[in-house]
Ligand binder design. Structure first.
Ligand code: GL2
Length: 837
């Protein structure tokens, strides 16, 4: 059998440890060395899984060398360094990315061939590191890749969650969540730093010393232990770090006396509390305990990271006296949304209480160090923490926050008296007696030197609406940094066929580092030779995607049909419901057609994927509806050749890497003004997929770049939305018959008798939820269907479609995260490249 063959192959390979191996034969030996001496498996059980771990460990050898060299280099040069603080990183798999960025892909493929394996087979073994939810977490991971690639001294900090984002199972009742054990065996990509440990305090009280200084004491102390994930850059030796913190109780807090007395649980109380901190990403926060746990997580990240940053700042002075005012010329801290806001009072506390600085000095340093990115205008995502919970968990921080609030009010009164009436909205504390809270976004805006949005439209909305009064106080504080994606993972590595064609026509592979070069494809967009190559690469990716869909859903789809994809978190504002209503309408029309008429239509495969938050019932109903519609449509012999509807389960980074290259049309159809940016829109466009979308988030800029003729636009604009909502409330809205027909068809039981009424009612002006079609599905539906009809027509002219596809890729240069990070570095962080020689 295969297993015995493997052992025989392996026996012929010499066993030599060589962390610097470059030649395939040396690499094969080094992989064998890891397979043999790795304590994780029995020796010579060289099945694909063990081959993956051994391969990854051998790649890690190379990463560690570069990581160490980078660290020493930064240490010696002591440049200003950025620290990106984020509760989320959606890293996905790392093997393909690592061998690609280290430029050893062919050598590893060859080495594995000698060992009887294909590299692709081995990469499939890896579990996704899913320490994030969606766009915000994946953005952080793209940023890490660009920071390393641009040789910037910039590190990420995050939490080492024991379980990542849940795994989505599809059952008869819809979505079910189970814990995803990404650390089940172990992660070959993390390096524990048992010597990098910081104490983190919770609860306790504030002690006032005779000299007036204050100190936070008592409570409960646990430890933060560092785990480093090396982040290699592309075409540079620089290898940065993603430092993830794990929570660990101190040995002295294990109560041996109680334990020996048989009281096992109370003996290990602090230990089990420590374990809760990094157990899961976003634990449910419906309960008070849940809220407290989330706040603990946030503080844990902020405190550990800042203590580490200050330690490094001191170390790099090399014995020179500390000049605290120089701290901001060595350190930039970027807050990824409001989750790490506690960095503000924590830095103040460390500077004042531990380092002995006065308020004004500490405030000046904090302000010049910290910048904040806003990622959404949705009110439910703007964090507000109960003051009572904060006083209990972080009493010293609450004192500091109160002082920030007080000084802000005085500043407004003395410098901007015209804003007097706005103070209660602008201040950090909301002292509403029913529910006194701290407004984290306000604390960020008041304290940070720069605030940025993530696409031009979003940044404009922040300035015109959410933060408009702050703009009057600090007119230059607000910036835009349109998001981007890494072209390495999202084109070069996930779509090697298309990459090869691009390199061939551009006569250089420099585009992987300089994505603006893609614009040179425009001149060849009409070439039938390029078009033929382009189509065959697309077809190959569609075939791979069809195989994947068959494997995970059992549904067979036709690679010649139009592949239409919407993948993202399920949310009402993202309007997957509009997509499925469109599919329902299409199905109904196909049923009504004669067989001859059907043959004239454009065959389509609609794929929808995404996870619904566990407690978001309407989102779960949408998932259920999509899979119910699929179950009927896909087994209906009359329409089968013309329409398929597939719910792709457990959407994650590695699933995206299969879906995006195989896509031809993708849907980015949020209610205008609600999607801050979106980033999958960029990934699709980069891979030559056309977009049907609203004028929302980064869609606006994508359409500008690739040309309006190459974008299927529909729907209300952001500035029309408030008026339309009002009209809807007042009963002035006249629904399109197609919209009514689609809803009616679902109500008729065509897709089963599950109770969809809460979903369908939410689309009515008079819904019991009181927000009657808040997301304007009804208003946008007719123009959406018209745009879909234009898509069907356009797809019939394949030459034209392929040209549009080429122009999409050609126009995507702006959306490289290298461009985004270059702008952050220059305009916010003021850091420079620090390239390893
Ligand atoms: C998000 C936005 O919703 C999304 O539009 C944006 O692309 C990303 C990254 O900036 O940030 N905001 C947010 O809270 N999540 C996002 O994905 N979860």
């Amino acid at each position: 059998g295969r297993a015995t063959d493997r052992v025989q192959i392996l026996e012929k390979i010499p066993l030599v440890a060589n962390p610097q191996a470059k030649e395939p034969a040396e690499i094969a030996s080094n992989i064998k060395y890891h397979a043999h001496y790795s304590p994780h498996f029995s020796p010579y059980k060289f099945e694909p899984e063990q081959a993956f771990y051994a391969t990854a460990e051998s790649v890690r050898d190379q990463l560690i060398k570069q990581w160490n060299d980078t660290y020493s280099h930064y240490h010696k040069v002591n440049p200003k360094q950025t620290y990106y603080l984020s509760m989320e990183y959606l890293q996905g798999r790392a093997l393909t990315n690592s061998v690609g960025n280290l430029d050893v892909q062919d050598a590893y493929a060859n080495a594995l061939k000698q060992l009887g394996y294909a590299l692709e087979e081995i990469t499939e073994q890896e579990k996704d590191a899913a320490l994030g939810n969606g766009g915000l977490g994946r953005l952080a991971s793209c940023f890490l890749d660009s920071m390393a690639t641009l040789s910037l001294p910039a590190w990420g900090y995050g939490l080492r969650y024991r379980y990542g984002l849940f795994k989505q199972l599809m059952t008869k009742t819809g979505q079910e969540e189970i814990a995803e054990d990404w650390l089940e065996k172990f992660s070959p990509w993390e390096i524990p730093r048992h010597d990098v440990v910081f104490p983190i305090r919770f609860f306790g009280q504030v002690e006032v010393n005779p000299n007036g200084s204050r100190k936070w004491v008592g409570g409960e102390v646990i430890q933060a232990v560092a785990y480093d994930v090396p982040i290699p850059g592309y075409k540079t030796k620089n290898t940065n770090s993603l430092r993830l913190w794990e929570a660990k109780a101190r040995a002295e807090d294990f109560n041996l006396f109680e334990f020996n007395d048989g009281k096992y649980e109370s003996a290990a109380l602090i230990h089990s509390r420590a374990q809760q901190i990094c157990a899961v990403l976003y634990p449910g926060d419906a309960t008070e305990d849940g809220k407290l746990l989330r706040l603990k997580q946030q503080y844990f990240l902020c405190s550990a990271s800042l203590q580490d940053i200050i330690t490094r700042f001191k170390e790099r002075l090399g014995g020179k006296d500390i000049q605290w005012l120089e701290f901001p010329s060595k350190v930039a801290v970027q807050l990824n949304d409001t989750h790490p806001t506690l960095s503000i009072p924590e830095l103040m506390r460390l500077l004042m209480d531990d380092e002995g600085l006065g308020w004004d000095e500490a405030w000046d340093i904090t302000n010049r160090t910290i910048a904040y990115t806003n990622h959404t205008v949705l009110p439910e995502a703007l964090e507000k923490w109960s003051q009572a919970v904060m006083w209990k968990l972080l009493p010293r921080h609450m004192e500091i926050i109160e002082e920030v609030d007080k000084r802000f009010i005085i500043m407004i009164q003395s410098t901007k008296p015209e804003l007097e009436g706005k103070i209660s909205d602008l201040r950090v504390l909301d002292n509403n007696p029913q529910k006194p809270v701290v407004r984290m976004a306000n604390l960020c805006v008041v304290s940070a030197h720069t605030v940025n949005g993530v696409a031009q439209l979003h940044s404009d909305i922040l300035k015109a609406e959410l933060f408009s009064d702050y703009v009057k106080v600090w007119p230059t504080k607000f910036q835009n940094k349109t998001n981007g994606i890494t072209p390495r993972r999202w084109l070069r590595f996930c779509n090697p066929e298309l990459s090869r064609i691009i390199t061939k026509w551009l006569k250089t592979d420099q585009w992987v580092n300089d994505l603006d070069l893609l614009v040179n494809l425009r001149q060849f967009a009409d070439s039938s030779e390029l078009q033929a190559e382009w189509e065959s690469a697309k077809l190959a990716s569609k075939q791979r995607l069809a195989n994947y869909v068959l494997q995970v859903t059992g549904v067979s789809i036709d690679p010649k049909s139009l592949f239409d994809i919407q993948i993202k978190r399920i949310h009402e504002y993202k309007r997957q419901l509009m997509n499925i209503l469109g599919a329902v309408y299409r199905y109904k029309k196909l049923k009504e057609m004669s067989p001859e008429e059907r043959k004239k239509t454009t065959p389509r495969t609609i794929m929808i994927g995404g996870k619904a938050f566990a407690t978001y019932t309407n989102a779960k109903r949408i998932v259920k509806l999509v899979s119910d519609v699929g179950a009927v449509v896909n087994t209906d012999p009359e329409v089968n050749d013309f329409l398929k509807v597939v719910f792709v389960p457990n959407y994650n980074v590695s699933v995206a890497e299969v879906l995006i290259p195989g896509s031809e049309l993708s849907q980015h159809i949020s209610t205008a003004g609600m999607e801050a940016s979106g980033t999958s829109n960029m990934k699709f466009a980069l891979n030559g997929c056309l977009i049907i979308g609203t004028l929302d988030g980064a869609n606006v800029e994508i359409r500008e770049e690739i040309g309006q003729d190459n974008f299927f636009l529909f729907g209300a604009t952001a500035d029309e939305v408030p008026r339309l909502r009002k009209e809807r409330e007042q009963g002035l809205f006249k629904p399109d018959p197609r919209f009514e027909e689609a809803k009616q068809f679902i109500k008729s039981g065509a897709f089963g008798n599950y109770d969809y009424s809460p979903l369908l009612d939410s689309l009515e002006g008079n819904s019991g939820f009181g927000r009657g079609d808040y997301f304007l599905v009804g208003y946008d539906f007719p123009s959406y269907m018209d745009a879909q009809a234009r898509v069907d027509e356009a797809y019939k002219d394949r030459k034209k479609w392929t040209k549009m596809s080429i122009l999409s890729t050609a126009g995507s240069g702006k959306f490289s995260s290298d461009r985004t990070i270059g702008q952050y570095a220059k305009e916010i962080w003021k850091i420079n490249e620090c390239r390893l020689p």
